[in-house]
Ligand binder design. Sequence first.
Ligand code: TRH
Length: 356
Amino acid sequence: MTMSAVRWDLFCRVIDNLGDAGVCWRLAADLAARGEAVRLVIDDPSPLAHIAPDGAAGVEVLRWRDDVALPAEVDVVVEAFACDPPPRYVAQMAGCTRPPCWLNLEYLGTEARALRSHGLPSPQLEGPGRGLTKWWFQPGFGAGSGGLLREPGLLAARAAFERDAWLQSMGWPRAPGEQVAVLFSYAHPGIAQWLVALASRPTLLLVPQGPAQPLVRAALGPQLRQGALRALQLPWLTQSQFDRALWSADSSVVRGEDSLLRALWCGSPFVWQLYPQRDGAHQRKLQAFLEHWAAEAPLPRAASEWFVWWNTEAAGPPPRRPDAGAWRAAVLAWRDRLAQQADLTTQLIGFALAKR
Ligand code: TRH
């Protein structure tokens, strides 16, 4: 930590799956790597034991307690995904002569409605934070949003990556001529048919921990083989290894929020299965995402049909597989546009310091 380090308290509640902890950990580690001092207050640290077992210099992890105290020197308080820090803590903020900057970091937004809330103040008129202002920070694609998590050096590391050496080091060597695919999805009724299509060419399928593992096992049997396809059920990976698994793939299926961005920065063909919501909000989010993409870079129709299929609950057979070259070109074109935008951590630091 440097003498001038800004001090951040970052609050996270794990609602479901790995994404809440995953996003907060990436942000905490990125802030710390830039010289900031971070406390990550999290109600369930168990996902961190898998994805960040070694921690990171500059990040202190604390278990969420209702009596967690506000240290005098904290400059910025971030609550992830409107998780509401403990009332006692908020009251301590309100009691400060110079309160910390208080931000709500939203889920990734794709729809215009979400983006309109970026940077708006939410004056606290009642409750323990009365008199404070909480600011809305909205991650997203393109101008007017708070940007996307992208650590300095990420794209250079990806460009320098040597997949065969890395696969070998993990004990998952690729046979000559094999393509590599990653399947990190939720359940999907068409997975067995998707595997049949994939099995038409020599393929090493890497399946990270999650609901896809039993589905692949059920479809392929205990040998995890079918036609020219062989699957590997992966152990837990650190986030850095997870990213490299995506980098090693010719194509991938990702889910949720954090792995979507990792697949985008990776630059290889991918499809995104959104976290399903009962009211169908994920379908609107997907359409807005595809519209953003098509506005910035040509998106082949076959690729968008692929996205729709992966987000259809009663799926028929998978559509024709998009041409890999066109699909890759579309991902790279959008990635390169997005990489010109200031990343989320840079924007967040600037925003917080301006408001403070
Ligand atoms: O786990 P997810 O489905 O998380 C989702 C989304 O964040 C969604 O927005 C949220 O509403 C919902 O949870 C509650 O998918 P996501 O976002 O891709 O997060 C997975 C994280 O887990 C990502 O940081 C990568 C990490 N991971 C590893 O680091 N190692 C592993 O072995 C595995 C399987 C995952």
